[in-house]
Design a protein around this ligand. Structure first.
Ligand code: NOJ
Length: 723
């Protein structure tokens, strides 16, 4: 044991984490404990030196403001981090290191598709790899903790933050969330190439009224449990280190004061032993939300509710000690928060390796990180219509590339890109030039113009890259109209009027109303914001080197007026099938079902589905399993990947259950003419739900399985469950 370790026995790495935490906690004054619960933004080694040396700052996040996702900043400076850390570790009484966090959301320097684009891959392994690449780059800059994944179920496209989500279904979001947690954290959180993850925003944030960010949420506990809490539970089961509270209220109780959901459900029922972090000034906002008269009252509500770390409100630092001394807050609550925070720091190895030191490597994109980003960008391409124009045949003539994103760089990153650099992006025009040379390519000036309309005549096919600027999605960026941004549809109409083939590529942070675009274009690709490999991925897909295989992770409503639409619609007294038209209670002025359903996506070949069948009976007893299978044949003349989706419907339950719910999926990679079999093992617990008393149950009775290419179509089979 070193001299340091005998003076500070919690520094002895041979002791268990619990022992180290308890040894340290026993030494701490109330003020030092409160210091651990205080997080500040953009720590500065000189300005904050005294507070650091006084043990008054437990954590810092690097973000330039409350809505950092759409604000670029100067980046994380490892040297700054180490200088600040030195004050905490070497000048404070107990030497507790500071935990540094940053929003590393879909890549760090190597920017990958936005989370909604990653979700379109349906690819758990790929998504884990993207998170692992991001973590390995972030540690170079001294980041120890990220505020991702966002796992708010998203069925409200007006809400800008759907871009950060993993879509609308609990099983897809939950599995991808678990994969991201694993990618960021690995199985050993102290592994130096990994960082702590944070599942956010707990809970119900995706239901903000009217799609307005931060708005109120009116949802019952049953719907929360049957849908919105499930991805969080999956993240907790995957060992996520931290959970962030949401800005919204749930049925009148702001989440930063929601004792039942935070303390009883998350920490109690689920046994979550990690840290609950506030969102930016989320504790302070309890005053704005009108449930606390002042910051002191807000601190009281939040600590009682179970918020362990105060992000940027200063309320704990200002009032927690006094609240304990006055007897209003039990010190045991503060101890519980500090225990969790210290445990995280020990688990991350911060006490053993507090400094970043000289960069261990550059974090600039490498061949390997670009290869990951390229595969992820390919998988984010969802082909939603094609009359056969795609892929463009070799020698198909002159291609005209136009639209506001033809030469785009940083615009193709999407929201939450704090550390990506424009110079790393391969723009669509760059990739098309590399492939076609000057002769066969016309590029309009990057903006739609008279010139771009005229060039349609000079080319054999036009590829128009349109859609949303990243500032139109992400935090605080909601819209009232999910049509294409102003002017774009009109311009596409002009392009199509000339009568030459038109391919439309839509970069977007949300589902858009695409009906008119689908009607006028020969092919439409929905690509989200794809990251540094945007151009290469698009060229690979358009020219057929790679076949598109992404699927929509959210329903695309026909119009803004159809929102909300999702597969989770529940049966009413007058609606019993998702695709049923002509029933009372439907719209008078439009069809009701979505233009593009959840799970939809084409490729360059076609598939024919057989009938869903069971291997070994239709009875699902106790913990037993049944295997169901469906044959799929590639009926086209190109190889392709089919994402076979297994959904279910529970026709009779204690509460109304979704008309369709995804339960599993499988990839089939099939050569032309090849027949493959998708096989799914199902267990009764996959059909568990929360009943009228909000406890989980599996009922005896029928479960209808549906296997097909998306949420609306498929072959059915009934199973009998005997729990
Ligand atoms: C506010 C956002 O809601 C949250 O998602 C983010 O992690 C924090 N700001 C920190 O930047």
């Amino acid at each position: 044991m070193t001299a340091d370790q005998s003076a500070r026995p919690w520094l002895d790495p041979d002791r268990s984490t619990t022992e180290r935490v308890e040894l340290l906690l026993a030494q701490m004054t109330l003020a030092e404990k409160v210091g651990q619960t205080h997080q500040v933004a953009n720590i500065h080694p000189d300005d904050d030196a005294a507070q650091l040396a006084g043990g008054q700052i437990g954590s810092s996040l690097f973000a330039s403001g409350a809505t950092g996702g759409n604000e670029r900043d100067e980046g994380v400076l490892a040297a700054n981090i180490d200088a600040a850390q030195r004050h905490a570790v070497e000048a404070s009484r107990l030497g507790i290191p500071v935990l540094f966090g940053r929003d590393v959301i879909h890549g760090h320097r190597t920017v990958c598709p936005i989370p909604l684009g990653l979700a379109a891959s349906f690819d758990v392994g790929l998504v884990e790899e993207v998170a692992a690449v991001a973590a390995a780059e972030a540690v170079v800059d001294g980041v120890a903790w990220t505020f991702a994944p966002m796992v708010d179920l998203s069925e409200e496209p007006r809400w800008g933050r759907v871009a950060e989500s993993l879509g609308e279904t609990p099983v897809l979001s939950g599995r991808l969330a678990a994969a991201i947690v694993k990618g960021f954290q690995s199985d050993d959180p102290s592994d130096p190439d990994h960082i702590a993850a944070c599942a956010k925003h707990f809970a119900g944030y995706g239901l903000s009224a009217g799609g307005r960010d931060y708005d109120t949420v009116s949802v019952g506990e049953n719907t929360l449990r049957n849908l919105h809490l499930r991805p969080f539970k999956a993240a907790v089961d995957a060992g996520v280190a931290t959970i962030m509270a949401a800005f919204n209220d749930v049925d009148g109780t702001p989440m930063h004061a929601h004792r039942h959901l935070l303390r009883d459900v998350l920490k109690g029922e689920w046994g979550f032993d990690g840290v609950v972090v506030a969102d930016w000034n989320g504790i302070g906002q309890l005053v704005h939300q009108g449930v606390a008269a002042d910051l002191r009252a807000a601190a009281l509500l939040a600590i009682e509710a179970g918020v362990d770390l105060d992000m940027c409100s200063g309320s704990y630092a200002a009032h927690l000690a006094e609240l304990v001394e006055s007897g209003e807050v039990d010190e045991a609550l503060v101890d519980d928060a500090v225990r969790r925070l210290l445990t995280l720091k020990f688990r991350l190895g911060l006490f053993d390796r507090p400094y970043v030191g000289e960069p261990i490597r550059s974090n600039a994109p490498t061949d390997a990180s670009r290869a990951t980003a390229l595969r992820a960008a390919h998988a984010a391409h969802v082909l939603v219509s094609n009359n056969g124009i795609l892929p463009l045949a070799p020698g198909a003539g002159t291609v005209h590339l136009t639209g506001p994103y033809a030469e785009a760089a940083e615009e193709l990153f999407g929201t939450w890109t704090l550390d990506g650099r424009g110079e790393d992006v391969v723009a669509p025009a760059t990739a098309f030039r590399a492939r076609l040379g000057g002769e066969q390519l016309l590029v309009s000036d990057g903006r739609f113009s008279d010139r771009s309309v005229q060039q349609v005549r000079n080319a054999d096919v036009t590829v128009a890259v349109v859609g949303e600027h990243p500032w139109r999605s992400g935090e605080a960026n909601s819209v009232t109209d999910i049509g294409l941004p102003a002017g774009q549809l009109e311009h596409l109409r002009q392009l199509s009027r000339i009568g030459k083939p038109l391919v439309v590529v839509v970069y977007t942070g949300r589902p858009l109303e695409l009906g008119d675009v689908l009607d006028l274009a020969d092919a439409v690709l929905v690509v989200w914001h794809p990251g540094v490999e945007a151009g290469n991925a698009l060229a690979d897909i358009v020219f057929g080197d790679v076949a598109p295989h992404g699927r929509l992770p959210m329903t695309f409503p026909r119009t803004t007026g159809h929102i909300p639409t999702s597969t989770h619609q529940r049966p009413t007294g007058r609606l019993i099938e998702l695709h049923e038209e002509g029933r009372q209670g439907r719209y008078l002025d439009d069809q009701v079902f979505p233009r593009l359903p959840f799970g939809y996506g084409l490729t360059y070949t076609s598939f024919e589905y057989g009938e869903l069948r069971t291997v070994g009976g239709t009875e699902l007893s106790g913990a037993g399993e049944v295997v169901v299978e469906i044959d799929v044949t590639n009926t086209g003349d190109r190889a392709g990947r089919e994402v076979v989706q297994l959904s279910f419907r529970d026709p009779v339950a204690q509460v109304t259950r979704p008309l369709v719910e995804l339960v599993d999926w499988a990839f089939l990679d099939l050569a032309p003419g090849e027949k493959g079999t998708a096989s799914f093992t199902v267990r009764a617990d996959q059909f568990a739900y929360f009943g009228t008393d909000n406890t989980s149950r599996v009922d005896a009775g029928e479960i209808v399985l549906v296997a097909g290419p998306d949420a609306l179509h498929g072959s059915r089979l009934s199973l009998r469950v005997n729990p």
